[in-house]
Design a protein. Structure first.
Length: 266
């Protein structure tokens, strides 16, 4: 369903979308009709292409046991879930795959694979401010399903002449970072660090790395259960400085609402 949701925007930008499955043609046809799938679905009955690409999931039985699902014959041949991105010449330019068959990205993530990240901050993003900085936070989508990938985006808009420290930082200084509040059924992964440029403070021997302008962090989130409507709360830690002075270490709290949806089981 996430792919179908992403399909109109991809098609409008000239991106072709195909789904590859180990299911037989009649099964895929029935699925497409039931779920309103309008992009092409390719049948790899027998998983021949899946095997040749090295994508056959050899651990389905163990994964089923972990999730408490009974293994059946039709589960044989399942590939690792993932996405190949090809250019106009058919050359693979990117690939994103997961270990577990249950993990699925949201529709905006699929669109980002092909089109790149959106430049604009979405309307309704959570906001907080501090000395020389505006903090905004949002998720890829306003909804989530159990085991679906959802990313928390945190963006800092720094005033001209201001910067924040990014790792590695000398002892006694505060690096930019994001802490997600614990929530039952939620796992927050390690966020991606923005690139920093080398920076030296006159009179100090240590070398710093700083980020300026618009700085974005991405924190991967995964819910293991449907919590219904909930709030993801995060604390953004930072220390803004100019060439001449540093402000005291500060933090900004943001809350991003999410609505839980049930798993699609067929």
């Amino acid at each position: 369903m996430e792919l179908q949701e992403a399909w109109p925007a991809l098609e409008a930008r000239g991106v072709a979308l195909f789904g590859l499955s180990y299911d037989a043609v009649p099964v895929l046809a029935g699925f497409a009709e039931k779920r309103g799938i309008t992009f092409p679905l390719l049948s790899d009955e027998g998983s021949h292409t899946i095997r040749s690409l090295g994508l056959l999931n050899q651990h389905v039985a163990e994964q089923h046991a972990f999730y408490g699902i009974q293994m059946r014959d039709e589960h044989q041949g399942i590939p690792y879930p993932g996405t190949f991105v090809l250019d106009e010449d058919g050359v693979i330019t990117d690939k994103r795959f997961e270990q577990s068959y249950r993990v699925r990205p949201t529709a905006p993530v699929f669109a980002e694979y092909a089109l790149g990240p959106p430049a604009e901050v979405p309307e309704g993003a959570a906001r907080a401010s501090g000395p020389g900085v505006l903090v905004e936070a949002w998720t890829d989508a306003p909804t989530y399903r159990p085991y679906q990938q959802v990313r928390l985006h945190v963006q800092l808009a720094l005033e001209p002449g201001h910067h924040v420290y990014v790792p590695p930082v000398p002892e006694g200084f505060v690096s930019l970072g994001v802490d997600v509040d614990p929530l039952e059924g939620l796992t927050a992964g390690a966020h991606e660090w923005p690139p920093g440029r080398p920076f030296r403070v006159e009179g100090l021997d240590e070398e710093f790395f700083v980020a300026e302008g618009t700085v974005r962090l991405v924190v991967p989130l995964q819910f293991t259960q449907n919590l219904g409507s909930t709030l993801v709360r995060a604390t953004v830690r930072y220390q803004t400085c100019t060439e001449a002075e540093c402000f005291p270490p500060a933090s900004a709290s943001v809350e991003v609402p999410l609505t839980g949806l049930d798993l699609i089981r067929d």
